[in-house]
Design a protein around this ligand. Structure first.
Ligand SMILES: [Fe+2]
Ligand SMILES: [Fe+2]
Length: 334
């Protein structure tokens, strides 16, 4: 039997962890998870996420957590080896995830006294997930984080609540699905932009005016419905300083559209109008976007202009939407 002890906080388990496990796996490999202390999430949740990530993978593993319920400065790897030896488990190797992953044999550990220094401030690939810099993990883990209000969620939920939160999660899921179906790079960014896109919507009128005067003086005449795009940018950057710039651009154009839109901007604009909780049957439009997001965007933009022209034509007269129509759908320019 090939016995590998995995050492990390798994907070949460990320794609790099999963790739390394797959690389080291074989029919006779057993993995022992040694989960380091973390202040961000309980061991119970982290175990549940590992279970979700490895479910149906055929990987054999056990949790081995008894020494990690408190913060520690270093871990005595040789004592883990002797604990396992006592259970008749020999030939142990370690796969350690921190700033970089490395595999070491039992002998090498013993020759360095078996101490592994734990650096709480060191780079850990899960850190980016917690800070919404990336979501490099399985979609089931993303859903678990969101449904259980972990990591970035309490911050988001201070600003987006109730029905609006349901809408934002639905935009995130729709945008993610469209990105996957179109084989677009970084589907995680589609999720992030989706969940953040309306973060400026609950700001008070005074607060919104303050932000417009301070940061967007040139756009102070933009219509009321578009103000939350600008406020959202400021909130998203304040709450999540490492959020990707492309996500910020998508927040800034999700309601009005703009010229020269990136794939992320087009998908977020579309997902915002067609996510399934909007209250009408949007399944055909979602399918069009899944087949071809560029074409889908044009269809959604056209439908939205039709809707706006029946309701209140002036919405399309703002600077951003005019630029958008000039670039993509000239027929609506009057
Ligand atoms: Fe919005
Ligand atoms: Fe929205």
């Amino acid at each position: 039997m090939n016995n590998i002890v995995l050492v990390s906080s798994f907070d949460p388990i990320n794609n790099e962890n999963i790739e390394d496990i797959n690389k080291c796996n074989s029919l006779d490999t057993m993995f022992y998870f040694y989960i380091l202390f973390s202040k961000y999430c309980s061991i119970k949740y982290r175990e549940e996420m590992i279970d979700l990530a490895l479910k149906n993978s055929g990987i054999k593993y056990q949790f081995f957590i008894s020494l990690s319920e408190m913060p520690v400065k270093s871990i005595d790897l040789s004592s883990i080896v002797s604990d396992l030896n006592k259970k008749g488990i020999n030939d142990v190797k370690f796969l350690i995830h921190d700033d970089k992953s490395y595999l070491v044999s039992q002998n090498k550990i013993l020759s360095t006294n078996g101490k592994l220094k734990v650096d709480e401030n060191g780079y850990d690939h899960s850190k980016g997930i917690r800070a919404l810099e990336n979501l490099y993990t399985s979609k089931v883990i993303i859903d678990f984080i969101v449904n259980n209000h972990l990591y970035f969620m309490p911050l988001i939920e201070n600003y987006i609540k109730g029905k609006r939160l349901v809408h934002c999660i639905s935009v995130a899921n729709t945008a993610y699905d469209i990105a996957i179906a179109n084989k677009l790079d970084r589907p995680d960014l589609y999720y992030i932009a989706g969940i953040l896109h309306d973060i400026g919507k609950q700001a008070s009128t005074d607060e919104s005016l303050d932000i417009m005067e301070k940061y967007y003086r040139n756009y102070i005449d933009m219509p009321e419905f578009s103000i939350h795009e600008f406020v959202g940018v400021i909130y998203a950057q304040k709450l999540f300083p490492s959020v990707n710039k492309e996500c910020i651009r998508a927040i800034l154009s999700h309601a009005t559209g703009d010229e020269n839109m990136s794939p992320l901007q087009k998908v977020i604009y579309s997902a915002d109008k067609i996510e399934p909780t909007r209250g009408y049957d949007s399944s055909a439009l979602i399918n069009v976007c899944k087949e071809d997001f560029n074409h889908g965007f044009l269809v959604v933009l056209d439908k939205n202009m039709e809707f706006i022209s029946q309701e209140n034509g002036s919405l399309s007269m703002n600077l951003f939407t005019r630029r958008c129509l000039k670039c993509y759908l000239n027929k609506w320019i009057k």
